[in-house]
Write a protein that binds this ligand. Sequence first.
Ligand code: PEP
Length: 247
Amino acid sequence: MSRRLLIAANWKMNPPPQGALQSGSPYFSSGDPEVVVFPTFIDLQNCIRSGQLIVGAQCGRPEQNGAFTGDVSIKLLKEFGCSYVLCGHSERRENHGETDEYVAEQVAAALEVGLHPIVCIGETWDDRKKKKEKSKVKYQLSVLPLESDVTIAYEPVWAISGGDPDKPAATAEDAQQMHSFIRSLLPKDRQGPTRILYGGSMKPENARELLSQEDIDGGLIGGASLDPKKFGEIVKIAEELGLKQQL
Ligand code: PEP
């Protein structure tokens, strides 16, 4: 058995990169790795209509309807044609007050309607300084329905968006250590099949080293996903590495 690498482009609050919707663009999934794009709500329709992109939403509301001005329900996202939804990205946690428990509600709602959740977890720099990175991700995982088919994205918050020049960059060894720890916390029968992506300034220069690690099954990519050339290079590296064997 093996895990298919997944390369996800989180375009955040940016329009689709030039040419992304044209056939042959690096954002189309053509075998392995699986490539998924996460546009703004406004661009979802065009991306889905392209017929060739696998599309996810950057967030969604667990309730099916109600007085939630400005929100979109996870159920509607599924009906609209999304295949994936990001749950608990650190920017949602920080800017919108999303708690671990609320993120777990999103994951449950996604599973209920058949939308595949990618759940983002990861420690802040302050957690790491206090040597609390493991207890932080352990708690974040403890509230999730891990017996189900979910994808985890480990994103050390301090390494996102180029990191902070005052802090050391996350190394492939740092990432592998945390990925292996995260895998050890999954139910035994989910340790093999569950994909654990890495997110935090992945770019062509570090992608091979990161994606070669035993427990890193792909990348959630922000900045570099906005540049088709850089993103294409990362997809090519993942293609060369092929499938990840389940141990
Ligand atoms: C992200 O926002 O999920 C992310 C990993 O961004 P970046 O690649 O820019 O660090």
